[in-house]
Each structure stands twice: as structure tokens, then as C-alpha cells.
Ligand binder design. Structure first.
Ligand SMILES: Nc1ncnc2c1ncn2[C@@H]1O[C@H](COP(=O)(O)OP(=O)(O)OP(=O)(O)O)[C@@H](O)[C@H]1O
Ligand SMILES: [Mg+2]
Length: 291
């Protein structure tokens, strides 16, 4: 269990990137959803011991993360948002090198681990190719292989699906779900479907604060009967916004589909709509902005 308590981080320029974040994250895939600049990477870097928060506490099982960063690092796998370095070295050699850094000093054990991981992330066939020539999806799968070195109990992956095509994204998320069966996996994303499809638990972060959390299914149920939709002309939007709680708008064939939040039937041509996780997300962001 990863326990984050009242975590606050203020950058030297005064930017308050985290503001009293408290979360309990058990085994399985946990989705941290939030827009650009919400504080996702800051939170993940704090949990990965790469940054010391201004205030608060982080525990992972019996490790006090801020007091014993070395202890956490022994059981941590981390895939940063910008992994960045893709040298003209083969996937096999690079992973082998990283395994040495991770403490695999016995050659035979290291070979077995590197081979197992390349198989698991489906890169065995291209293990001799240079990382520099890998596609985005292959790079992310390599990133997971390196994060899995040494069988860590905590895995942190920061926006790993950004820029992947739908097929690669799917493959990557399935891999994460598999990996999360017996450990804590903290995944950040701004893609709602990443969370809807696979995470048992989630939180929404906006401007450094947790504005919603729970199981995706129960968060969706909490909107039952409260989301209404209508297709309108563009010119009607401003008046509607003044009158109702518009949580999202989307263009469709030159018209605008609006979702509004209302406990009672708004009438006026609105149809009831079974809320999706996207509605949960937009409602949470709407509330956060209104607050
Ligand atoms: N080194 C830094 N110095 C000052 N401000 C920073 C620094 N890093 C991040 N910030 C600010 O802190 C806030 C949170 O940034 P962070 O990178 O954690 O967000 P994020 O949710 O990961 O965003 P994204 O989805 O764009 O990756 C933003 O306002 C950002 O501009
Ligand atoms: Mg980020």
C-alpha cells in the first residue's frame, strides 16, 4: 500500500504544484487523471524519491519514503514522462547494462532476468536492434521492461500512453494490467479511456488538489440521472452556458453536442444520458474551476 498524506510542493518560483494531496493506493492499477500542469509529474517524482516535497508524508508498506529513499529505490520501478535517452545500443545490451546498475551482479541470473523481461514486453524479436531506431510504442515497452528489473513492489509510470497509436496503447495498457496483478502500479494520464478500461481505482487531480477519487464504475454511477444532452447550433451555446451547468461540448457534423449537469430534467429538448467517465472527469474539472 502506498500512503500519501497531506503532500504539498511549492517550487522555488512560488508555483504550488501540489496542495495537500492525500491518497491510499493498494495493489493493482491506479489511475491518476489530470490535465496538463495539474501536478501529476510532481507527485510521481516525489513518490519516486527524485524530488523532496515541501511538506507531507509518503509511506510504502513499512518504508518511510522521505526518510529512507534508498530503501524505496530497491523496490521501485519508474518510467518518467520523458525517458529521453535512446542510444545506438541494442535493447538487449541496454537492459543488461541497466540490470547491472540495479545490482544484478551474477551473470547467469542477470541473463535470465533480461531475457524474461524482453519476452514479457514482446521485444524479444527486436532485442538486437538499436533503441534509437525503435518506434514510440517499442520505446515505451522497453521503458516498462527496465522499470520491472528486480521485480519491484511499486511501479510508477508517468503518461506512458501519450503519442501511442490505439493498437500500441492497448498492448501497453494490457501489459500494465498484467504487471499490476500483484503489485502497486501508479499510472498518470490525461486520457480518460486509459483509466476507464483498466484501473480498479482512480483519482482526478486539478491544480495540485485531488478533486475526485474512487472506483471508475462507482464514480460513473454517482452521475446516474444527472447528465443530459442536447444538440444545438453554435450560436445558442453562450446563452445555454449562462443558464445551465455545461460540463462539456463537442462538435458533431457542424452542430454542437452539449452535456449539462442537472439533478432535475431540464426539459427544453434535453435527453437523459448515462454518464461516462469523461463526464465524471469534466464534472470534477468544472467543480474545481468553480471553487
Ligand atoms: N521545475 C519547476 N519549476 C517551477 N514550476 C514547475 C516546475 N515543474 C513543474 N512546474 C509547475 O508545476 C505545475 C505542475 O507541473 P507538473 O509537471 O507536475 O504537471 P503535470 O500534471 O505532470 O502536467 P503534464 O500533463 O503537462 O505533464 C505546473 O504549473 C508547472 O508549470
Ligand atoms: Mg507530467
Amino acid at each position: 500500500m502506498l500512503q500519501i498524506d497531506d503532500l504539498t510542493h511549492v517550487y522555488p518560483n512560488g508555483q504550488r504544484a501540489l496542495d495537500g494531496v492525500t491518497l491510499r493506493i493498494g495493489k493493482g492499477l491506479f489511475g491518476l487523471l489530470g490535465p496538463n500542469g495539474a501536478g501529476k509529474s510532481t507527485l510521481m517524482r516525489c513518490c519516486a524519491t527524485l524530488q523532496t516535497p515541501t511538506a507531507g508524508h509518503i509511506r510504502f508498506d513499512d518504508i518511510d519514503v522521505l526518510a529512507e529513499p534508498q530503501a524505496l529505490r530497491r523496490t521501485l520501478g519508474y518510467l518518467p514522462q520523458d525517458f529521453g535517452v535512446y542510444p545506438r545500443v541494442s535493447a538487449y545490451d541496454m537492459l543488461d547494462h541497466m540490470a547491472v546498475l540495479k545490482g544484478f551482479s551474477d551473470g547467469r541470473a542477470r541473463k535470465a532476468e533480461v531475457e524474461r523481461l524482453l519476452e514479457q514486453v514482446n521485444l524479444w524479436a527486436v532485442r538486437k536492434k538499436a533503441l534509437a531506431g525503435f518506434s514510440g510504442g517499442m520505446r515505451q515497452r522497453f521503458g516498462i521492461a527496465q522499470a520491472l528489473l528486480g521485480d519491484p513492489g511499486l511501479i510508477i509510470v508517468d503518461e506512458p500512453t501519450a503519442g501511442l497509436d490505439p493498437e500500441e496503447r492497448n498492448r501497453f495498457l494490457n501489459l500494465l494490467a498484467e504487471v499490476g496483478e500483484d503489485r502497486v502500479v501508479l499510472l498518470s494520464t490525461h486520457i480518460v479511456e486509459d483509466v476507464a478500461d483498466l484501473c480498479q481505482a482512480m483519482a482526478i487531480i486539478a491544480e495540485g488538489r485531488i478533486v475526485q477519487q474512487g472506483a471508475p464504475q462507482s464514480l460513473m454511477q454517482s452521475l446516474a440521472g444527472r447528465i443530459w444532452i442536447k444538440t444545438i447550433g453554435k450560436s445558442e451555446l453562450a446563452a445555454l452556458r449562462a443558464e445551465r451547468t455545461v460540463i462539456s461540448t463537442r462538435l458533431s457534423g457542424g452542430r454542437t453536442v452539449v452535456h449539462v449537469l442537472s439533478d432535475a430534467d431540464p426539459g427544453d429538448g434535453f435527453e437523459p444520458f448515462a454518464g461516462t467517465l469523461e463526464d465524471v472527469y469534466f464534472c470534477a474539472l468544472h467543480d474545481a474551476r468553480a471553487a
